[in-house]
Design a protein around this ligand. Structure first.
Ligand code: ATP
Length: 628
C-alpha cells in the first residue's frame, strides 16, 4: 500500500518531469549495467602507478625477484658455452677427464636455475597476490566509505567483476611483465652475447629478425588491449546480469521469464566469448610470427655455418655451441614478443580498476569539523533544495522543523521526496541549497561519525546481514552484552519469536535475512536501533506489507523505540500518524500542507482527501505512531 495516489501539481514542471524520468530509468532492463565507462590511460601512466603503488612498497621482494630472475636468465645462457666445450673436449679431443667435470657443471647449473626459478616464482606470486589484496582492500574501502551517490550509480555486478576478474588480469600482466623483462630478457641478452662471442657474423644473421619481428608485433598490442577491454566490459555485464537475476529470481519465475533471461545471458556470454577469442587470436599470433621469422634466421645461420664447417673455418664445437644458443634463445624471444600484448591486457584492466580506486568522496569531514553536540535533538531543514547527480530535482525550498523529542511525519505520494528528506539528515546526500541542522549546528560543520552516531535509521525494507540474530542486533554496538541485546529485542517485541527459533539468538538469518518473515526482520532492525539508543530516530515506516498481527507487533515495537526521541517518520498509513506532533504533506519535492491531523482534516485539503480515501477503505485499525 505504498501508493498514496495524490496528484497535486506545484506549478513547477521541471520537478515533476525529471522525477518521472528518473523513476522510469531503473525499470529499463537494457540500462541495467549503468556503470562508469573505463577511463583511457596511457601505458606509461599504468606502469608508473604499478611501480609506485605496488612494487616500491615491496622493494625487497622486487629486488630479490629481479636479481634472481637476472641470475636465472644469465645462468641459462651459459649452457651453450658448456655444450661447445663438451663437443671440443669430449667429441673432438677425446678428453675423458673432462666428461665428469662438464656433467657436474651442467647438474650444478641446472640445479641453480631450478632453485632460482622456484624462489623467483614464489616472490612473483607474493607480489601478484599482494597487489590483488591491496586493490581489493582499497576498493572495498571505497565502496563503504564513498558517497552513497557513487555506490548507487555503479551496479553491484560491476564491483564484483572488478574484484574477481579485472584485478586478476592486472596481477597476471604485472607478474608476467616482470618475468619477461628480467628472466627472459636477461637470458636473451646472455644468449645473444654468447652468439656474438662465438661468431659475430652468424650472430648478426640470427638477430636481424628481432627488429623485423618487433615491427610485425607492434599492432598486436593495440588489438589485444581493445579486445581485452571489451571482454572485461562484457564480463562486468555478465556479473551484473547474474547478480540481478539472483535478486529477482522470484519475479523471473512468476512472470515466466526464464527463457528470456537465459537468452539474455547467452547473448552476453557469446559476446564475452567473441571478445576473448579476438584477444586470444591477437595474442596467439605473436608466437607464430616469431617462429616464422626465426625460421629465416635459423636457415641463414645454417647455410652460413654449414659452409664454414665444410671449408674448415669453423669447428663442430663452435657450430654446436652456436646452434644451442640459437635454439635456447627461442623461448625467451617468444616470451618477449608477447610482452606488448601482455602489457596491453594489463592496461585494459587498469582502465577499469584505477578509476574506481581514484573516486574521491565529497561528503567527508572538513578540517574544522566539530563533534555534533546533541542537547535536545531538534532537527531543522531550512529552505532546502536538492537534486540528484543525474539532475533529478527531488526537493524544492523545503522547510521542516522537528522540535526536540517530538514526532514529525512526512506524508505524500510515491516519488514526492520523503525518503530524500530522510536521507539528508544522516548526510547520505548533501543539500544543493539551504541547510540542515541539529540543535542549531549545520550538519556540514560536524563530523560524520558524531552525526551518524546521533541517529538511528529504520528503513522500509530492513537489511539483515547473513549472520546470527545476535550479531544483527549488535551491529553498530559490538560491545553490547547479551543482557543488553535481549533487552533491546524485548522492547522490539522480538524476544519471544527469537527464543522459539531452533538456535535462538544464534540462529543464522540467511542471505539478507530471508529465513525470517518480513515482520520478524522489521523487529530485528528495530531492536538494532533500540540498542544503538540514539537520540534521533529516522523511520521509514513500513508496516503496510505486513499482516495485521505482525503489523501490531511492529507498531508496538516502534512506539517503544520512539519514546523520548526526536522522530522523523515517513508514514505510508495515515492511521499510524494520527497523533504525530506535526505532519508535513510533501508533493513534487515541496511542502504543500502542514499541521496536526485534526487541523489538516479541517482544512479540507490534500491530506483530508487522502485520509478520506484511506479510511473509506475500512482498514483494520492500527495503533497510532506518536507520543500520545
Ligand atoms: P516513495 O514513497 O515511493 O518511497 P519518496 O517520496 O520517498 O517515494 P524519493 O525516494 O525521495 O520519494 O524520490 C524523490 C524523487 O527523487 C523521485 O522522483 C525519485 O525518482 C528521485 N530519486 C530518488 N532516488 C534517486 C537517485 N538515487 N537518483 C536519482 N533520482 C532519484
Amino acid at each position: 500500500m505504498k501508493a498514496l495516489q495524490l496528484s497535486v501539481h506545484t506549478g513547477d514542471p521541471t520537478i515533476g518531469e525529471a522525477t518521472e524520468e528518473a523513476r522510469a530509468a531503473p525499470a529499463s532492463r537494457g540500462a541495467s549495467a549503468q556503470s562508469p565507462a573505463p577511463v583511457p590511460l596511457t601505458t606509461m601512466d599504468v606502469v608508473s602507478r604499478i611501480v609506485k603503488n605496488y612494487l616500491l612498497p615491496n622493494a625487497m621482494v622486487v629486488t630479490f625477484a629481479v636479481v634472481v630472475n637476472l641470475a636465472v636468465g644469465g645462468l641459462g645462457s651459459a649452457v651453450p658455452v658448456l655444450v661447445k666445450e663438451l663437443m671440443e673436449q669430449v667429441f673432438d679431443a677425446k678428453n675423458a677427464e673432462f666428461l665428469p667435470l662438464i656433467s657436474m657443471a651442467i647438474i650444478g647449473l641446472q640445479g641453480m636455475v631450478a632453485l632460482g626459478t622456484y624462489g623467483s616464482n614464489v616472490a612473483m606470486s607474493f607480489l601478484g597476490q599482494w597487489m590483488v589484496a591491496d586493490v581489493q582492500r582499497s576498493l572495498f574501502g571505497k565502496i563503504v566509505e564513498s558517497d552513497l551517490a557513487w555506490v548507487q550509480k555503479t551496479h553491484s555486478g560491476r564491483f564484483i567483476s572488478t574484484f574477481m576478474t579485472d584485478v586478476i588480469r592486472l596481477r597476471d600482466a604485472t607478474s608476467q611483465s616482470i618475468i619477461n623483462l628480467t628472466r627472459h630478457l636477461a637470458k636473451l641478452i646472455g644468449l645473444i652475447a654468447v652468439m656474438f662471442y662465438l661468431d659475430w657474423i652468424m650472430a648478426t644473421i640470427a638477430t636481424v629478425i628481432i627488429p623485423v619481428a618487433a615491427l610485425f608485433l607492434r599492432n598486436l598490442g593495440k588489438r589485444t588491449r581493445k579486445a581485452t577491454g571489451l571482454s572485461l566490459e562484457e564480463t562486468g555485464s555478465l556479473s551484473t546480469l547474474i547478480s540481478e537475476t539472483l535478486h529477482g529470481v522470484r519475479v523471473v519465475k512468476a512472470y515466466g521469464q526464464e527463457r528470456n533471461e537465459i537468452d539474455r545471458a547467452s547473448v552476453t556470454i557469446e559476446r564475452v566469448l567473441g571478445h576473448m577469442m579476438e584477444s586470444i587470436r591477437a595474442k596467439a599470433m605473436a608466437s607464430p610470427i616469431t617462429e616464422a621469422l626465426t625460421g629465416f634466421g635459423i636457415a641463414g645461420v645454417l647455410y652460413y655455418s654449414g659452409s664454414q664447417v665444410i671449408s674448415g673455418a669453423m669447428t663442430s664445437g663452435e657450430f654446436t655451441g652456436f646452434f644451442t644458443a640459437l635454439m635456447l634463445a627461442y623461448q625467451p624471444l617468444k616470451a618477449l614478443a608477447n610482452q606488448q600484448v601482455v602489457l596491453q591486457e594489463g592496461v585494459a584492466a587498469a582502465e577499469r580498476v584505477f578509476p574506481q580506486l581514484d573516486v574521491e568522496a565529497k561528503i567527508v569531514d572538513g578540517t574544522d569539523s566539530k563533534e555534533l553536540k546533541v542537547s535536545d535533538g531538534a532537527i531543522s531543514l531550512d529552505r532546502v533544495s536538492f537534486h540528484y547527480d543525474d539532475g533529478t530535482k527531488a526537493l524544492d525550498n523545503v522547510t521542516i522543523d522537528v522540535p526536540a523529542g517530538q514526532t514529525v511525519a512526512l506524508v505524500g505520494p510515491s516519488g514526492a521526496g520523503k525518503s530524500t528528506i530522510l536521507n539528508l539528515v544522516p548526510r547520505f546526500y548533501d543539500v544543493s541549497e539551504g541547510t540542515v541542522s541539529i540543535d542549531g549546528q549545520d550538519l556540514k560543520s560536524v563530523t560524520l561519525a558524531s552525526l551518524r552516531n546521533a541517529s538511528a535509521l529504520v528503513t522500509q525494507e530492513p537489511f539483515l546481514f547473513d549472520d546470527t540474530i545476535r550479531a544483527n542486533i549488535a551491529y553498530g554496538s559490538p560491545d553490547a552484552s547479551q543482557e543488553e541485546i535481549e533487552a533491546a529485542a524485548q522492547n522490539a517485541a522480538a524476544h519471544d519469536f527469537i527464543l522459539q527459533l531452533t538456535h535462538g539468538y544464534d540462529t543464522h538469518v540467511g542471505e539478507a535475512g530471508l529465513k525470517l518473515s518480513g515482520g520478524q526482520r522489521q523487529r530485528i532492525a528495530i531492536a538494532r536501533a533500540m540498542l544503538k539508543n540514539a537520540p534521533i530516530l529516522l523511520l521509514d515506516e513500513a508496516t503496510s506489507a505486513l499482516d495485521t498481527a505482525s503489523e501490531l507487533q511492529v507498531q508496538k515495537a516502534l512506539q517503544t523505540l520512539m519514546q523520548g526521541r526526536t522522530t522523523l517518520v515517513i508514514a505510508h498509513r495515515l492511521s499510524t500518524i494520527m497523533h504525530a506532533d506535526n505532519i508535513y504533506v510533501i508533493d513534487h519535492g515541496r511542502v504543500i500542507e502542514q499541521g496536526r491531523h485534526a487541523d489538516l482534516i479541517a482544512e479540507g485539503g490534500v491530506y483530508a482527501e487522502l485520509s478520506r480515501s484511506q479510511f473509506d477503505r475500512k482498514e483494520e485499525p492500527t495503533p497510532a505512531l506518536a507520543g500520545e
